[in-house]
Design a protein. Sequence first.
Lengths: 211, 211
Amino acid sequence: MKFSKIPAATITRLSIYSRCLETLAQEGVKIIASDKLAQKCGINPAQIRKDLAYFGEFGIRGVGYFVKELLFEIKRILGLNKAWKMALVGIGNLGSALLAHQNFVRQGYEFAAVFDVDPAKVGRRLPSGQVIHHLDEMDQVLQGSDIEMGVIATPASQAQAVAQRLIAAGVKAILNFAPTQLQVPEGIAVENVDFTVKLDNLAYHLTMAEG
Amino acid sequence: MKFSKIPAATITRLSIYSRCLETLAQEGVKIIASDKLAQKCGINPAQIRKDLAYFGEFGIRGVGYFVKELLFEIKRILGLNKAWKMALVGIGNLGSALLAHQNFVRQGYEFAAVFDVDPAKVGRRLPSGQVIHHLDEMDQVLQGSDIEMGVIATPASQAQAVAQRLIAAGVKAILNFAPTQLQVPEGIAVENVDFTVKLDNLAYHLTMAEG
């Protein structure tokens, strides 16, 4: 099976399965039936089976999945059997909120270097321990580091220039919070976070309910 | 066609199509071929046709879609032909970042009321114009208002209690930024924003690339 042919939606669901399985493991659940897992994740059982089938055979028919084993396999598939180091650019309200958000560390993502251009911020040590570097120091800071991801939390007007700096410094994957479409060379992965897409889902549900 | 049978992923993609079409409309594009629209949205043409087919016939074979017409129809389907008013709870770094984010207003979402419990914050007027109410005033503030959505930007430990308050005050749809799973009664729609799911996608891409 060529991994490159896996639909993006399957990868997103694997990520959701891993979160459900983590909760189950914490609750001490050892084996879970496939329909129970489906219910827990809010995804239909046939979809789970189809998603997992891309990667091999999991679970035992009539019994279910071994929680820790499946979690381990999914994490291996996603590349989460290692910690990922990230560079964060933009230490405003959003950047600060991201640094404080417990989910990142819990899921194995670490903000290893942080950048801003504000002279009032550069050189300050954050509560989370990092010292804020100037954007101009990026090449130097990232050189020889194992930082492979960049997170952009700047205003939209700065995002493209920041993306280019990150890429020039060797970053191959970018999580973009700025409300703008980034232009990047082939081989660079970009994920955009647009909260309003989620709101559109809610608007649709409310409209249907009222309809 | 029963709208309730539409897959959630289709609704999410409609939301993405509407953003692409808006950009096209701003660029002055009047008609776009279906494969060009697909390319612009980063989604394959067959998927777009399938998604739209749930709602009727759009576009002209061999010509394409009329940009403004399709945008209007998608907005109508999603319920975005009206403005949505929201209550925001938690005016920390994340809440402040959300209030400042240009995408919400641009997409027709307005933070009509904001809440916190910090005595140092309650009563303050924000740069965006709203006065911060105490959480205990929620019923009173929301009564008779047309606020139908709630946004939770509190610490995880407070999120469930806040959700219950929002629901008691008549909110039917919640966007949850707190890293916790909310328990809500049937009929209440919840969307969780988990940034790390996007990072998992990036981790997968990097892992495949490094293969």
